[in-house]
Design a protein around this ligand. Structure first.
Ligand code: IMP
Length: 422
């Protein structure tokens, strides 16, 4: 049996969708284990563009079973919409190829409203996706979340909503001065959604742990720098986006993921607020944004762009036990007049080349190494010496190999330098 995790090694949007899709073709189980519909995985299949937010990429492969583990916060309304969208294309999602943990915490309409109200009034905004992710995880750790299985039990659901919403009513009315939706309406909606979701609900943990053969693919969302514990706190999402989230959000037969593939954009991007040491405000940043179509798949917001940050990448490698790297969007940098890579920082009067948990990334000044730019058309089998040098620079710094190079959105625009799921 093989197991592989796909982890974003930066601030998300590294191009995980395409790699997950390609490896899902070799997988029997494809498992989401954290986050929710804040994610946006774009996959190009022929002339179709599929954007998945909550549903694992495994649904694009007829033989694979897709699972949503209990670590995911699940918005039933968003699921209904995504299901309609995906099923209106050639893909068919049913309870045969998608199973959802009955223990996922539910994102209610109150969570979304609270997320948006907070963002609107905060002195320091996080720049969330407004999907209710943070407030839903708050209720989970506050031990008052509604679980998906509760949507099948009207009495439990009413009680749960009343408990969960008692404090929120005060917040809505007094702190944020926004209207508080009727509990009865929410109850009715959630019970209706429960009927739609019910055929999908199972104990996903047992499916994963009872698996004795085949390949398991863990599909991470966001990136290590958005991890609630390892990321650029407080400008993070509310889940463990690092490989650790797999243990708590899904389950791992044998206790070990064999391969952790860190998806790494050839440069760096970030949506939302928070420190970004290598961010560019010049023509090179603009070129990355334009050529790389750097707009969020979920919110459409422009992504901030900058040079590749190797100390951050090395930190992600350590925080997630990343064993190889998939370098994506390499084509975007091809033809650039200038090519820089960050190899360290000036921080508190010292030169450093390591990042640690909680370090104030807003207080670092990047130290750059200038590389000879590359200009590759990726038509033949060989890469230019300059691109090979760029790749070697990354490998030497982070001490893991680059196993995949992706140079365009199509499934075919990829080179595997290493075999996955042998
Ligand atoms: P939240 O996950 O909506 O609470 O947002 C928290 C932070 O994570 C914000 O900076 C978002 O822009 C960022 N974020 C959440 N999901 C993604 C993603 O899939 N890609 C990139 N950034 C994300």
């Amino acid at each position: 049996m093989g197991s592989l995790a796909i982890i974003g090694s930066q601030w998300g949007d590294e191009g995980k969708g395409k790699i997950t899709d390609l490896l899902a073709a070799k997988s029997d189980l494809v498992i989401r284990y954290q986050g929710g519909n804040n994610a946006g995985h774009t996959i190009i299949v022929g002339d179709r563009k599929v954007i998945l937010h909550l549903i694992p990429s495994g649904v694009l492969h007829a033989h694979a079973l897709s699972l949503i583990g209990h670590g995911v916060v699940f918005d039933p309304r968003a699921f209904r919409q995504e299901l309609d969208e995906v099923n209106s294309s050639e893909t068919v999602v049913t309870s045969k190829n998608l199973k959802i943990s009955e223990n996922c915490s539910v994102i209610t309409s109150y969570h979304k409203l609270l997320d948006q109200a907070r963002e609107g009034s905060a002195t320091v905004s996080i720049g969330t996706t407004g999907r209710g992710i943070g407030p839903a995880y708050e209720d989970k750790v506050g031990r008052r979340a509604i679980l998906l299985k509760d949507l099948l039990d009207p009495i439990k659901l009413r009680q749960g909503l009343q408990e969960c919403l008692a404090e929120k009513e005060v917040l809505f009315k007094q702190k944020y001065k926004i209207s508080f939706p009727q509990i009865d309406n929410e109850l009715e909606d959630l019970l209706e959604l429960g009927k739609l979701i019910s055929p999908y609900l199972v104990d996903t943990f047992s499916i994963i742990n009872d698996k004795k053969d085949g390949n398991l693919l863990y599909e991470g969302a966001q990136g290590v720098m958005l991890d609630i514990d390892y990321g650029s706190y407080p400008f993070v999402t509310s889940s463990n986006t690092s490989a650790g989230g797999i243990h708590t959000g899904a389950g791992i037969p044998g206790g070990k993921v064999e391969e952790v593939l860190g998806i790494t954009k050839a440069y760096t991007t970030r949506v939302g607020e928070g420190p970004f040491p290598t961010e560019l405000f010049d023509k090179y940043g603009e070129q990355m944004s334009k050529v790389g179509h750097e707009f969020g798949a979920t919110t459409g917001r422009p992504r901030r762009c900058g040079w590749l940050d190797l100390p951050l990448l090395k930190y992600s490698v350590k925080a997630s036990n990343i064993s190889s790297i998939a370098l994506t969007k390499v084509d975007v940098l091809s033809g650039f007049e200038k090519l820089m890579v960050c190899t360290g920082y000036n921080y508190q009067g010292k030169k450093i080349d390591q990042v640690s948990v909680g370090m104030d990334l807003g207080a670092v000044e990047p130290i750059y190494h200038e590389m000879v730019p590359f200009n590759d058309d990726f038509k033949g089998d060989t890469l230019t010496r300059q691109l090979q040098d760029y790749i070697k620079m990354i490998e030497d710094f982070v001490e893991v190999p680059v196993g995949i190079i992706a140079y365009g959105p199509e499934r075919s625009e990829i080179k595997f330098l290493k075999e996955y799921f042998k």
